[in-house]
Design a protein around this ligand. Structure first.
Ligand SMILES: [Zn+2]
Length: 230
């Protein structure tokens, strides 16, 4: 049956194109994965930079606090040096001790903040180097995979002419049936009946169906999976 041979030809070319398209999609996926990785790394950078900014403003605050305390201690020390009365002397001593205490705590906070900033700076450095690597990988993947995609794309394009030719000579009704089934079934829309078994779903076919196939007078579809039998 000639029309079956023609639809089989259509199926063969559609199948090849689908395979190539599948490969192209996989390769595009590889590029997308590399892009996602880079994007994910780049997104981690702004929050770290924000924390550095916060850290710097806290550093300034604690530095001012320390300077302020040093100032107060110096003034109180001068007053202390001039003091003649015991009560004033003791009062200033207590005040100086309080200022010293506040100065120490501001210095401690300053140290902690500086350590934290250093830690975040290391994280930024690490992130930057990882992002650089990811960018290099992405560029590489884009070049290599890009070439491969172009190659496959070219093959797909070269099949478009023969496909159209094959479709043009195929019975429109058969073509319509094929186009309806192909997206779900793929390149096994037209299958051979193997004895009394459908070559697609491997279920048993009735004798009437088998006879119809053998008579080659009409298009026969598998009653179970709807594939075109030949
Ligand atoms: Zn079947």
């Amino acid at each position: 049956m000639e029309s079956i041979d023609r639809i089989k030809q259509v199926q063969t070319i559609h199948g090849k194109i689908a395979l190539l398209q599948g490969e192209i999609d996989k390769k595009k996926e590889r590029i997308a994965t590399a892009e996602d990785l880079l994007e994910e790394l780049l997104q981690q950078s702004p929050p770290l930079n924000d924390r550095i900014m916060q850290g710097r403003s806290l550093t300034s605050k604690f530095e001012l606090d320390v300077a302020d305390m040093v100032d107060k201690i110096t003034k109180s020390q001068k007053q202390l040096d001039k003091s003649t009365q015991a009560s004033e002397f003791n009062g200033l001593k207590v005040q100086i001790a309080k200022f010293e205490d506040e100065k120490s705590s501001a210095e401690e906070n300053l140290m902690l903040i500086l350590e934290k900033i250093e830690e975040i700076n290391k994280q930024i450095e690490d992130l930057t180097s990882r992002a650089c690597q990811a960018k290099e990988q992405l560029d590489e993947v884009r070049v290599v995979v890009g070439d491969e995609i172009a190659e496959y794309q070219q093959e797909v394009t070269s099949l478009e002419g023969p496909l159209q030719e094959a479709r043009d000579v195929t019975d429109p009704e058969l073509l319509e049936l094929f186009d309806r089934l192909f997206p779900g079934i793929g390149a096994t829309v037209v299958v051979q009946a193997e004895g009394k078994i459908c070559g697609g779903c491997h279920m048993s076919l009735s004798s009437q169906v088998v006879e119809k196939i053998q008579s080659k007078t009409a298009v026969v579809c598998c009653p179970i999976c709807s594939r075109i039998l030949c």
